[in-house]
Design a protein around this ligand. Structure first.
Ligand code: PMP
Length: 439
């Protein structure tokens, strides 16, 4: 059955003033015409590539199916030329096609059904641009709480009111979201967007259940907002199967699709320094964020896209998914090591739910409260001074609360440490918690 997509004009009210007022780049908007057969183009100021000194580029990568085997690839000719030259704003066509195929395979979303893809310099780049494409200064926005610290400054600089939606180990507490929306003041415009990290959330490590996701989608329809699904830990899932579907996949159950703008990242699975992320979502919104790219940085570097595409194309989707399974197994082992050390050192001193995806533990220190206003205690002084002095660094939970209120929570990342480092870090943390409990 054909998917029923929301019509393009539905998104007009979702575009920010900035996006609506931005005039298309006079040059970039004519790029597609250059492909007209027989045309002689005097259009773009592309440098003549014969003056570029690079003649070939070689890289070697481990095989996903046999890590002891390495394969080398050499980029030359047209492939290298594409990487060395300016390219389309949304990304090089081959990588965009590859992403379309991936989204169909993984999320069941077919090309040409009202959504499109744009490549960014990491997902952070496109999240920033997506927010600017949709949100006006001073708007209220819905954010899960605690929230990824990297989006707080995006909303802060737009002077947005971040309306915090409670989360628990099952994801966004939909009853709390419902109550916020049902009690929304009539004279105040309702939020256009909800930001969430539904797998292995940074910082809480939670993975939202399918039931919660369904409820949030139903609320998006009822109260007319779009979901910004920031999902860099999707491929790091190591919880029970079947895994919950993404919002991007789940909205196929809705009467009309088009309420989800999804952000993927290659940072945690291929390389964080290569800076490739991509968004998949309603074409009018993605067009608007491309408008931002066309004025801000023209495009994501062609060369990194060329390298990434060469690797992914040589793998094919099956090997890509084998690679991501290997990555998630790696993090599961790290999680298990961390969990064992948490139980050994912090049992009775902290509360937590083991994550099922990603690389973060979020735990609540059982501290004596210091005042009536912080009944759960405050992790900040203990973590930033006492723990640091005792040789262990972590992040106090307050960094993930838009209003910076005190909290007894702490975020610990377990991606890099060996078993002995984890053991020693949590032993040191135990010492300072015990000391704090005695004072
Ligand atoms: N979103 C979340 C939730 C993250 O944790 C991160 C990385 N810290 C990003 C976005 C940005 O990732 P990228 O490297 O793709 O820009």
């Amino acid at each position: 059955m054909a998917v029923q997509s929301l019509p393009a004009d539905f998104y007009t009210s979702f575009l920010s003033k900035e996006a609506k007022e931005r005039r298309p780049s006079p040059i970039r908007s004519l790029f597609p015409l250059e492909a007209t057969p027989g045309l002689i183009s005097l259009l773009v100021g592309k440098p003549n590539a014969s003056t570029f000194p690079f003649t070939s580029l070689q890289f070697t990568a481990r095989s996903p199916t046999d890590p002891s085997k390495e394969t080398s690839q050499t980029l030359t000719g047209d492939e290298l030329a594409e990487g060395l030259q300016y390219g389309p704003t949304a990304g090089i066509p081959s990588l965009i096609e590859w992403v379309h195929g991936l989204q169909e395979k993984v999320h069941g979303r077919k090309k040409g059904e009202g959504w499109r893809v744009s490549i960014g310099s990491g997902s952070q780049d496109i999240i920033y641009k997506a927010v600017h494409a949709m949100v006006n200064p001073g708007d209220a926005v819905l954010v899960e709480s605690p929230v990824y610290a990297g989006v707080i400054p995006i909303f802060h600089t737009l002077n947005n009111e971040m309306v915090e939606v409670a989360t628990d180990a099952n994801g966004i507490v939909s009853s709390s979201l419902r109550s916020i929306l049902e009690n929304w003041p009539v004279e105040k415009p309702k939020p256009k967007v909800l930001y969430t990290v539904p797998y292995g959330c940074n910082p809480t490590g939670m993975t939202a259940t399918v039931e919660r996701r369904r409820e949030v989608l139903a609320l998006a329809r009822e109260h007319n907002f779009l979901i910004l699904e920031d999902d860099p830990y999707f491929y790091l899932y190591y919880g029970p199967n079947p895994r919950p579907p993404s919002y991007f996949a789940l909205e196929l159950e809705e009467p009309e699709v088009g309420r989800v703008l999804r952000f993927d990242s290659l940072s945690k699975i291929l390389s964080s320094g290569i800076r490739i992320g991509f968004t998949s979502g309603p074409a009018p919104i993605v067009n608007a964020l491309d408008g931002h790219t066309a004025t801000a940085n023209l495009q994501t570097p062609s060369l990194t896209q060329t390298i990434v595409f060469a690797l992914l194309d040589s793998w094919g989707y099956d090997n890509f998914l084998t690679h991501t399974e290997n990555v998630s197994k790696f993090y599961k082992e790290k999680r298990d090591v961390f969990e064992a050390a948490m139980q050994k050192h912090l049992g009775g001193l902290a509360e937590w739910t083991p994550p099922e995806s990603g690389m973060f533990y979020w735990f609540k220190l059982l501290l004596p409260s210091t005042s009536d206003s912080d009944s759960e205690g405050d992790s900040e002084a203990l973590i930033t001074t006492k723990a640091f002095e005792n040789g262990v660094l972590a992040l106090p939970g307050t960094a993930f609360l838009p209003n910076g209120r005190k909290t007894a929570y702490v975020r610990a990342s377990f991606s890099l440490l060996s078993e002995s480092q984890v053991d020693e870090a949590l032993r040191r943390l135990r010492e300072v918690i015990l000391e704090a409990q005695c004072n």
